[in-house]
Design a protein around this ligand. Structure first.
Ligand code: TYD
Ligand code: MG
Length: 477
């Protein structure tokens, strides 16, 4: 391998990548292989991508390699500047749908590119039609391009949602060139493209939805957004592994990645920011799918706890934080003798690896074995928790189920468990306690070193480690 092929720009001015040297550039376009998970380029097909380790993710595509190398061409010297600047914060426009505006970081930034992913049928089109209508009613010019549904279908939905009179310009098209020409002529403030998998670029020889097509379409649309200051919202399908179909690079190309999630059979939907260049990531917006579209849920804790009645063994309320906002959820556990050689560990809404860790810590540090028992763990209502702060609530639910002792109904639990069995303090204790108190809880169980003061009228029982917690709550250990 020559020195020029290691990330150093070669004479052609292109970043040196294996296979991008002058030899390859002179050759005709040969097929290359892309990993659909990470976008890495491979010279030949293999079963496993050595860049990201994904199996069966490599697909063949006709290469659109660099043009002939311009030998001797030199780059232009670009101006550099310092870090201090009096740039005003980017202007934002709000839709009036509070849950949407918050997830966007406080409103829509002009010229930003936003990717919205989610399972089919979860309500992406509904959300974005409502969003486009709200922005249009707030004075923005908005264009909605549907590549999946005919214009008549979208109009029917708009009528059903009571949005028929909103000044949204609607088009049904999949040809990227035509879409860009239309947007260029129309100069909207907001363009919604539903979805990127249906678009095709006539200069790219690959089927719609393929990595090359999706990447080309996103690239052109993001470039358009920056050039014209138009906020572009792209809908992306999610694969069964839960990632936006197409290469991961698509997520790197946009400013903001939102996932629209929810369980079938439950009416509520969560819009979750996983990346946001203009606001906090991990922010969530909560909606409820009704007969007349998505309705905002102003108090998600009340919704998630609404099905809870009397205290039952195995049920514990976790005081969590999602983005900037506290959310209380109920964690439920069931522990039963197993008839299987390898007992079942079924987790819904939490990380399975963290359950294994918590079980191991309970066994090793507190001497409470779960061997020979099936363990089922569930977040009520279909919510998904990613915070490690849920560890202690999970342990409490497991112990409560195993010992058949209910945790008092007026108690919330939070804290991270370390492998040593110690309880680690978690952030935003004050916000967690405030929310719990607002919903009528009286007592909290938290790690010892949680920030003192501002308990806000709650009785806070601070515990140093899991052994102390088990002893106090379940009289064992
Ligand atoms: P849709 O927005 O088409 O989902 P996506 O674009 O993510 O595929 O939503 C489809 C589902 O939403 C469908 O199952 C019906 C339901 N729905 C309602 O319950 N109420 C409504 O007002 C609308 C428009 C849809
Ligand atoms: Mg749709």
């Amino acid at each position: 391998m020559s020195g020029a092929s290691r990330g150093v720009p070669d004479a052609s001015g292109l970043p040196g990548r294996p296979g991008w040297g002058t030899q390859a550039a002179m050759a005709r376009a040969t097929p290359t292989f892309h990993c659909t998970a990470c976008g890495a380029v491979h010279p030949k097909w293999t079963g496993r991508c050595d860049a990201c380790g994904a199996w069966n993710s490599i697909v063949e595509e006709a290469a659109t390699g660099p043009g002939p190398a311009r030998r001797g061409a030199r780059g232009r010297v670009m101006p550099l500047s310092g870090l201090s600047a009096d740039e005003p914060p980017p202007p934002r426009r709000t839709s009036g749908i509070g849950e949407l505006d918050r997830v966007l970081g406080g409103g829509l930034v002009a010229g930003s590119a936003i990717l919205v992913g989610g399972d089919p049928g979860i309500g992406k089109s509904t959300l974005l039609l409502q969003g486009a209508a709200a922005f249009a009613r707030a004075g923005l010019s908005a264009v909605y391009v549907s590549g999946e549904e005919a214009a008549a279908q979208v109009r029917l939905r708009a009528a059903r949602l009571g949005l028929a009179d909103a000044p949204v310009r609607l088009g049904a098209e999949t040809n990227l060139r035509d879409i860009l020409a239309t947007l260029d002529a129309e100069r909207p403030d907001l363009a919604v493209i539903d979805s990127i998998q249906t678009l095709w670029h006539d200069a790219v020889e690959a089927a719609p939805g393929s990595v090359a097509q999706v990447r080309a379409a996103v690239h052109d649309l993001v470039t358009f957004a920056k050039r014209r200051g138009c906020a572009v919202v792209l809908v992306g399908h999610v694969t069964k592994e839960g990632q936006i179909a197409g290469p991961r690079v698509v997520e790197h190309m946009v400013d903001c990645v939102l996932y629209f999630e929810g369980e079938r059979g439950h009416a509520f939907r969560i819009l979750r920011a996983v990346k946001n260049r203009f606001g906090p990531a991990d922010e969530i917006g909560v909606f409820e799918m009704t007969g007349a579209g998505l309705a905002e849920v102003a108090n998600p804790s009340a919704l998630f706890l609404s099905e809870r009645d009397r205290p039952a063994p195995g049920s514990v309320v976790f005081a969590g934080i999602e983005g900037t906002r506290p959310v209380l959820t109920e964690i439920q556990a069931l522990v039963a003798p197993s008839s299987l050689g390898t007992p079942r560990r079924t987790v819904v809404g939490l990380d399975a690896a963290r359950l294994s860790t918590t079980l191991a810590v309970l066994e090793a540090r507190c001497g409470i074995p779960f061997a020979g028992m099936d363990v089922f763990l569930n977040v009520a209502g279909g919510f998904r928790i990613t915070e490690p702060a849920a560890d202690l609530a999970v342990a409490a639910a497991l112990l409560s189920a195993r010992e058949d002792i209910a945790v008092p109904a007026d108690t919330v639990v939070f804290g991270e468990i370390s492998l040593s069995g110690a309880l680690r303090p978690v952030g935003q204790t004050e916000n967690r306690l405030k929310e719990a108190r607002k919903l009528g809880f009286k007592q909290a169980i938290a790690p010892l070193r949680s920030k003192a003061g501002a308990d806000g009228g709650m009785k806070v029982r601070r515990m140093p480690d899991l052994v102390a917690f088990v002893g106090e709550m379940f009289g064992a250990g």
